[in-house]
Design a protein. Structure first.
Length: 286
């Protein structure tokens, strides 16, 4: 799933590439992907692109006051082409859900792999009309996201820190991958309770959150859309690296699996050498 750094990378790429262009057409191959009915897709035809922005994991293209807001979800992606084919999209015949053609013949497709479809697009006059955007918590890279604000947020949460970092209503843009990375850098167990963290632990977590995301955004910036996924995978320390050596201590990277996701961590760096119980083999996490 694209998270804050990859979405920011897409924003930076599209903001440069779409500068001075207008939308020619918006074409739907999956009618369910568009979650709004007013304005209609035809409202974008001929509209100049005024800018591209990010809200958490949401990508927003401002077209003369009409906003095309997209959430790529678990298996969605944006595929840019310098010259789009002129053949009409055929619903159900490819992974393409939506196509935006630009005034110079270039454009992009939104694609989604797999059978579980959660890719979403919205056409709105105000970005806050998108329910997911309206619910977002603060952006962790914003000036307003201070150590004091972060500490106050954690002090009110008795849930596990991994879930707090992923909760979009609390912190916007962090998902499964970067929460694993941040917790590894901070040397904290993903199952530590947020409200019980000591001041030094909150300091370390805040610093890890800001530096990990800042470094990942810097890595993504300037890369074309086609290269962002590989750049993300290459930069991971523990996420997606079950069975490999921890780059800090050399211990094996371990995994805890859930119904529809998993997390990765290093026991030596994060849990005092104690492996965490896996839900596949134990009902209890200690």
């Amino acid at each position: 799933m694209p998270e804050l750094p990859e979405v920011q990378g897409l924003v930076d790429f599209l903001d440069r590439r779409l500068d001075g262009l207008a939308v020619e057409t918006l074409e739907l191959a999956s009618f369910s992907v568009l979650k709004t009915v007013d304005p209609p897709p035809q409202a974008l035809e001929g509209a100049p692109v005024d800018g591209v922005h990010r809200y958490g994991k949401f990508l927003d293209i401002d077209c003369d006051g009409t906003h095309l807001v997209m959430h790529l979800a678990r298996a969605g992606w944006l595929r840019f082409s310098e010259e789009l084919p002129r053949t009409p999209l055929r619903p159900g015949k490819s992974p393409i859900a939506l196509r935006v053609r630009l005034s110079d013949g270039s454009g992009f497709d939104l694609t989604e792999a797999g059978t579980k479809k959660s890719l979403a697009a919205y056409l709105v006059r105000d970005v806050q009309e998108v329910p997911g955007v309206a619910r977002l918590g603060p952006d962790p890279l914003s000036a307003e996201f201070t150590r004091e604000a972060f500490g106050a947020l954690l002090s009110e949460r008795s849930s596990q820190i991994k879930g707090v970092l992923r909760d979009q209503s609390l912190i916007a843009g962090v998902g499964n991958a970067y929460s694993d990375e941040v917790l590894h850098v901070a040397r904290l167990s993903p199952f530590a309770l947020a409200a019980t963290l000591t001041d030094p632990e909150v300091d370390a977590l805040y610093e890890a959150l800001r530096t990990t995301l800042t470094d990942a955004v810097a890595t993504a910036s300037g890369k074309p859309a086609a290269e962002l996924k590989d750049a993300k995978r290459a930069g991971m320390r523990v996420h997606g690296r079950t069975g490999e050596a921890c780059p800090v201590c050399g211990d094996v990277v371990r995994e805890v699996s859930f119904a529809d996701s998993s997390l990765q961590y290093c026991a030596t760096c994060q849990t005092g050498g104690k492996p965490l119980a896996d839900r596949r083999t134990s009902k209890f996490l200690k």
